[in-house]
Design a protein around this ligand. Structure first.
Ligand code: UD1
Ligand code: CA
Length: 493
């Protein structure tokens, strides 16, 4: 654009219709707040300055705005006296005196940068005092209606609460996105009154003022009306969330991703997917998740801020801040907590939970295990039902298992402990001391069988009867027991 461009984002209202302790514009859809979506679109206009009007929860909203636009001007609206009041504060704070000013609401998350750029360019080219981005919606309830004269020129915007029954039937609505000539805006803002149903200074009254001044007002009707829709309550938020998801899934399908059921597949705006990725029903890819070529994710999988390598397979899993190597397999029913890393061609199988655990290439934890605070070397296999006991009740400790080790089923590794390269452990081992490379660790005593223990100690119970039947039915009288009569650590009760 040739002229100086100021963009004002209105975000001071609390959003009572949300009935929430969270500010309306901070409510998320597609992994970003509503105002985050708006600011992302605004950035594409490359404006000279962005002004955010904050009021309710100003610290939180202001900090959030600066995550998207670090040099945004924050204008504080002390009294929420309407959108006109908000823009007045913004103009004063920014000191804008020249060029074009585009005002947007913080609650129209589907707005796209491209549409904003085209709108501002058209406003500039037409040299108007005011341009309004409008849309024709099936249900205009709650919006300001666009009133046109017989020639079709925009005369005014009338708010829902101030509209007559006939005016309420107008389906062309004000999106809240309005471009102004800065000179006109500075001149007209002080002339706004608040004699209306809400007792507020309506920004939208500037349209009537411009017309009365004999200035040009234009409207740009957008085809894709969803872009102009605002979410004032949670039902509208969910509706817009669905539209956003349709847009995102459609985009990735066109980029070469197979999505078997887009209706049950949810993809956040910042997720990145490679061609030939396949997503199966019930998959949620959230945050900054990245999935590489030929990987298959789902069904019923949630991954937040995860990396999935090429040709990996992730089935019915839940992961957060985890990295899954190329060709690795995860699931079904696997829980990857933050800091989990599966090496290339590695495996995490059914009912395995990992946290802050690094598995080397080809390392496997196939069944029923907890792996916390651990390093597992390449090619190592962890036996079924292994617990990495990382917590002593006070502090967390680390376990290191070397390369190409083979550990037995039902082991407990009591951290801090180290199992060397090529080492092995027997089934049921409780590893409390380091196992040197190449050693076999066996813990616990030798197995002792106390013969006919059940005949003596479980007399008259189904267990005792079964034992007797087996022993006597076999026709042989076993030798007298050599050892004591007490059970193995069991007491009668
Ligand atoms: C507003 C418009 C309406 C339009 C609709 C589009 C006005 C008077 N009405 O109505 O024509 O169709 O948006 O969605 O402009 N805000 C402030 N300070 C205030 C009041 C509001 O910053 O004193 C902010 C809110 O946080 C919000 C935006 O301005 O981001 C719009 O306010 P909201 O109450 O949602 O206006 P609507 O009733 O939706
Ligand atoms: Ca609104």
């Amino acid at each position: 654009m040739a002229r100086d461009l100021t963009v004002i984002v209105l975000a001071a209202g609390g959003g009572t219709r949300m009935k929430s302790k969270t500010m309306k514009v901070l409510h998320p859809l597609g992994g970003r707040s509503m105002v985050g979506h708006v600011l992302t679109a605004v950035r594409e206009m490359a404006p000279q300055r962005v002004v955010a009007v904050v009021g309710n929860q100003r610290e939180q909203v202001g900090a959030h705005v600066r995550e998207y636009v670090p040099d945004a001007v924050l204008a504080v609206q002390e009294v929420l006296d309407g959108t006109g009041g908000a823009v007045r504060v913004a103009m004063e704070t920014a000191g804008t005196t020249d060029g074009i000013v585009v005002v947007l609401n913080g609650d129209t998350p589907l707005l796209q940068g491209e549409s904003l750029r085209a709108f501002a360019a058209e406003h500039e080219a037409a040299e108007r005092a005011v341009s309004i981005l409008t849309g024709e919606v099936p249900d205009p309830f709650g919006y300001g209606r666009i009133l046109r004269n017989e020639e079709g020129d925009v005369e005014a915007i009338v708010e829902e609460k101030d509209a007559s029954p006939i005016e309420r039937q107008v389906r062309e609505i004000n999106s809240g996105i309005i471009a102004f000539d800065a000179d006109f805006l500075l001149d007209a803002l002080p002339r706004l009154g608040n004699d209306n149903a809400k007792g507020e200074f309506y920004l939208t009254d500037l349209v009537r003022i411009a017309r009365d001044d004999g200035l040009t007002v234009g409207a740009h009707v957008i085809g894709d009306v969803a872009q102009t829709e605002g979410a004032n309550d949670r039902a509208q938020l969910a509706r817009l969330g669905r539209i956003l998801n349709d847009r995102i899934t459609e985009h990735w399908m066109r980029e070469g991703v197979t999505i078997m059921d887009p209706a049950t597949t949810w993809i956040d705006a910042d997720v990145r997917l490679a061609p030939d990725v396949t997503l199966l029903p019930g998959t949620q890819l959230l945050g900054a998740t990245v999935v590489e070529e030929d990987a298959v994710v789902g069904p019923d999988t949630t991954l937040k801020d995860c990396e999935v390598g090429p040709a990996a397979r992730v089935v019915r899993a839940h992961g957060e801040l985890a990295v899954i190597g190329g060709g690795a397999t995860v699931g079904p029913f696997t829980y990857l907590r933050p800091g989990s890393e599966v090496g290339a061609r590695g495996k995490l199988g059914a009912f395995v939970e990992t946290k802050n655990a690094h598995l080397g290439d080809g390392a496997k934890v196939p069944h029923l295990s907890y792996v916390g605070d651990a390093e597992i070397g390449e090619g190592t296999n962890i036996g079924a039902g292994t617990i990495f006991a990382n917590y002593d009740g006070v502090a967390k400790h680390h376990t290191v298992v070397g390369r190409f080790a083979r550990t037995g089923a039902n082991n407990t590794f009591v951290a801090p402990v180290e199992i060397g390269d090529g080492a092995a452990t027997a089934g049921g081992t409780v590893v409390r001391r380091d196992v040197p490379p190449g050693a076999l660790a066996v813990s616990g005593g030798q197995q002792r069988n106390l013969e006919e223990w059940a005949l003596r100690r479980r007399e008259g119970t189904p267990q005792g009867d079964a034992a007797r039947a087996a022993i006597e039915g076999a026709g042989e009288r076993p030798a007298d027991p050599e050892v004591g009569t007490d059970g193995p650590g069991e007491s009668e009760s």
